[in-house]
Design a protein around this ligand. Structure first.
Ligand code: ADP
Length: 424
């Protein structure tokens, strides 16, 4: 199928979120973990190709270089329109990498002007008068102010982006967006006349996103969160660039045991784990014990469970316990032993016939997919906004994976996930 849009995402669960919103259209979406080393035959590409990088907090030169390689691959695969996906809370360090990567992509794709639209109204992220809100709170007053890697202490996207890009940053505000696509296009042209190439666009609801997409979809490069990209498939169909899908893409049936592996300690995951642990056989991992004796006993526990019984293995813990493990082992080591143990458990589960995996945690998902040798995922039905079932072939076997970042999904996410798969 002709490649309609080549997407580059700055982290792993951000890429699955983007892929999920594109897949709502019913058009085929494929997700590659890192830029594939080989150049691809065009017949093997989906309508939407997403390359997941892990460069949100990398040094600027590394992020730019990784994005350049991804762009090159997407071009080789036949893409001529591109999307640069970052977090709906604009997670970045003071140096980047949202701006520097956008600058490079604009230069490489001959884009004279692009938009920045992180808004994701369905998940409570909105932009008004250039300021980003999380629910009713300004970004800088939301829990993002204390993020360990990218603390967001300013809510003005113009101020955040300006030091990251060459040239001035402009704003197309909600009053313009409300007037419709023609008015927004006129505003973009006016800014272009003033030589403003980087434009923040306000959006507080999905209708705003529809207007913005209609005004900007022919730019060679667009940037933003997953929600603005989610508007594009419909526009492509309306413009005759793609045929309206008549039936859903056939997805592989992953037949085999099921397991939930959780390494996320986010508030929502803690509730999800507590709910699910009350229903199925579960095993809690303690990082201090893991550091001493590894994952052997967890693998033994797993082997004792009936193959077809649902099970949960988790390191998810309350902040107090996480702190204790971190004080004992160091922050990095505590995270590493958990990621390694869950990876080993995942491999053991696969060896014993598990074919349906739900993984909680962004970093944890990265570690487990890598351990299972997954490099390419097809995108299936959405379980919660931004969390789809994905499908991969591992050693020739069809495997279903749901990869959930910390705060996504409702309290019954784990049971919802398996029910959704059963009904798909
Ligand atoms: P989220 O998406 O919620 O941020 P991540 O998987 O990205 O989840 O990050 C959670 C990190 O915390 C991982 O590196 C994981 O290994 C680590 N971790 C999990 N459980 C514990 C624990 N009990 N103590 C210390 N660190 C933990």
């Amino acid at each position: 199928m002709a490649l309609l849009l080549g997407c580059i995402a700055d982290d792993f669960t951000g890429a699955t979120d983007l892929a999920a919103l594109l897949a709502r259209s019913g058009l085929p979406v494929s997700l590659r973990i890192g830029t594939p080393p080989e150049k691809r035959d065009r017949s093997e590409t989906a309508a939407f190709e997403v390359i997941a990088l892990k460069c949100r907090t990398s040094p600027v030169e590394i992020a730019v270089e990784q994005a350049r390689q991804a762009l090159e691959w997407l071009r080789q695969a036949g893409a001529s329109r591109f999307f640069w996906k970052y977090c709906s809370t604009f997670d970045s360090t003071a140096e980047g990498n949202i701006g520097p990567v956008a600058d490079m992509l604009m230069a490489e794709t001959g884009t004279a002007q692009t938009i920045y639209c992180p808004a994701f109204p369905e998940n409570g992220r909105s932009v008004f008068m250039g300021h980003l809100f999380v629910g009713e709170q300004l970004l800088s007053e939301s829990p993002m102010k204390d993020h360990p890697l990218t603390p967001m202490r300013d809510s003005s996207l113009v101020r955040l982006l300006t030091p990251q890009v060459a040239g001035a940053v402009g704003l197309a505000n909600r009053n313009t967006v409300l007037k419709g696509a023609a008015a927004l296009k006129a505003r973009l042209e006016q800014l272009s006349g003033d030589n403003i190439r980087h434009v923040i666009v306000d959006a507080v609801c999905d209708e705003d996103l529809g207007t913005i997409a209609a005004a900007s979809f022919d730019m060679p490069l667009l940037t933003g969160g997953s929600a603005i990209a989610g508007q594009l498939p419909r526009l492509y169909v309306e413009q005759g660039l793609a045929e309206r899908p008549r039936h859903r893409q056939a997805l592989p049936k992953a037949a085999g045991g099921q397991i939930v592996l959780s390494g996320s300690c986010s508030a929502m995951t803690r509730r999800q784990v507590a709910t699910y642990a009350a229903q199925v056989a579960s095993l809690r991992l303690d990082p201090i014990a893991l550091a001493e004796s590894g994952a052997t006993s967890a693998c033994e526990w797993l082997r004792r469970q009936p193959d077809d019984a649902p099970k949960l293995i988790y390191a998810t813990a309350e902040p107090e316990e996480v702190r204790r493990a971190q004080e004992r082992l160091g922050r990095e080591k505590a995270g590493q032993v958990v990621e390694e143990a869950l990876s080993e458990v995942a491999r053991e589960a696969f060896r014993h016939g598990t074919r349906r995996f739900v993984v909680a945690g962004g970093e944890t998902s990265g570690a487990i997919t890598q351990a299972l040798g997954v490099t390419h995922l097809a995108i299936g039905p959405e379980i919660a906004p931004g969390v789809p079932w994905t499908f991969a072939a591992i050693e020739g076997e069809a495997v279903a994976l749901a990869l959930k970042s910390g705060n996504f999904g409702g309290e019954t996410f784990f049971t919802d996930a398996f029910e959704r798969l059963g009904a798909a």
